[in-house]
Design a protein around this ligand. Structure first.
Ligand code: M6R
Length: 362
């Protein structure tokens, strides 16, 4: 049942505020503005490092989780694509934690990576949506993402849910390890509580995104640039666009662009620049100037004041939020951009060619 929406993907994008509210109930103590104790069978103080392992969109959630875990919990994290992790000569820490991120909990490579980590004495945590799945069953610790059934092949609400759980994990581990003060936790949790309403508001301002989607539809290539916590969002935005519109898209760390990708840029290549108001804003804007100098059609994704002071071909305004949670908000217009671009091209949004919802074979 699409609940009155033309596609499951759009329905699931619209369900994201509800999913976050469900996760807040489960993981947040709203009276104390902190993360509730998590059911972990290891002591975060004894851990040497963590491995976040996943495929596709779930990998991007893991990558974002690394930024949070390292900054809030001061704990090193290796992020791996499951098909690489499972066959590599790994150097496993004695006190290591393996975290699998997966919507289905059945992805063949992620499951095989989990089994390998388990056989190599790592603590196993699963951040999965399907609670009866193989990964959930085979893990010692489970942090469910509670997003409800996701039908659209392009993952949207499951991604947002994975990000929220990854953030809660980083906050909790940070608190246990004494690397994050109570005031920081209070501020981030306050921002998280406001997130469902902010996403609801942003989903209803679709006209500028639809216009950009029409302008983007004829493109052969699109680049998404982001730094820091917005680098995983650039990767995710590119994956969303390519899987449902079939336009070649790449997500790039903005600072890496001049090491190769800038050669692609001319007046026909739209470049989406994710420029949230954080400590990297000036660097991100200077990367944007570099692509503008090569005549790229720039879509600036930024707060209103930043959009006003930068004349680019297109703007997507994002509300002013705590920089730590900003990526969870800015992915939403990226999902909508992919959706409307695919729609403009007449593609099958929910069932893109060559793709299956759950990849249970290698
Ligand atoms: O079920 P999983 O989260 O393990 O699936 C992983 C990927 O196959 C999945 O995220 C895929 O990349 C999506 N189609 C992306 O939208």
């Amino acid at each position: 049942d699409k609940g009155g929406f033309p596609h499951f993907m759009l329905k699931e994008i619209h369900e994201q505020p509800t999913v976050i509210r469900t996760l807040i109930e489960r993981y947040i103590d709203k009276s104390q503005y902190c993360v509730k104790p998590l059911p972990l069978s290891f002591d975060p103080n004894t851990i040497e490092r963590m491995a976040f392992v996943a495929c596709g969109t779930a990998y991007h959630a893991g990558l974002l989780g690394k930024y949070w875990m390292e900054s809030l919990a001061n704990l090193p994290v290796d992020v791996d694509i499951a098909s690489e992790y499972r066959y590599r000569d790994l150097i496993q820490p004695k006190q290591g934690v393996f975290v699998a991120f997966s919507q289905s909990g059945e992805t063949a490579d992620t499951l095989a990576a989990l089994r390998r980590a388990k056989s190599e004495n790592q603590h196993i945590v699963s951040v999965v949506n399907v609670e009866s799945s193989s990964m959930a069953r085979e893990s010692t610790d489970r942090l469910p993402t509670c997003a409800g059934a996701e039908i659209g092949v392009a993952s949207t609400k499951a991604f947002i849910a994975q990000c929220v759980v990854a953030l809660c994990l980083a906050i909790y581990v940070g608190r246990q390890r004494g690397t994050m003060d109570a005031a920081t936790e209070h501020d981030i949790v306050t921002a998280l509580l406001a997130l469902p309403n902010q996403i609801e508001n942003s989903i209803h301002h679709i006209e500028p995104i639809q216009q950009i989607a029409y302008a983007m539809a004829p493109a052969n290539d699109v680049l998404f640039l982001g730094r820091g916590r917005h680098y995983p969002i650039a990767l995710e935005a590119a994956l969303k666009l390519k899987e449902i519109s079939y336009i070649h898209a790449e997500g790039y760390a903005a600072g890496e662009m001049k090491h190769g990708a800038i050669a692609l840029i001319d007046g026909h290549v739209p470049v989406v620049c994710l420029c949230p108001s954080d400590n990297l804003l000036e660097k991100s804007l200077s990367n944007m100037q570099e692509v503008m100098a090569r005549k790229a059609q720039v879509v600036l994704v930024a707060e209103e004041s930043v959009c006003q002071s930068n004349k680019t071909a297109h703007h997507i305004i994002i509300p002013s939020v705590h920089p730590v949670i900003a990526p969870i908000l800015s992915v939403v217009p990226m999902q909508l951009l992919a959706y409307y671009t695919a729609l403009a091209l007449g593609k099958d949004v929910d069932q893109p060619r060559n793709l299956a919802k759950s990849v249970t074979v290698e």
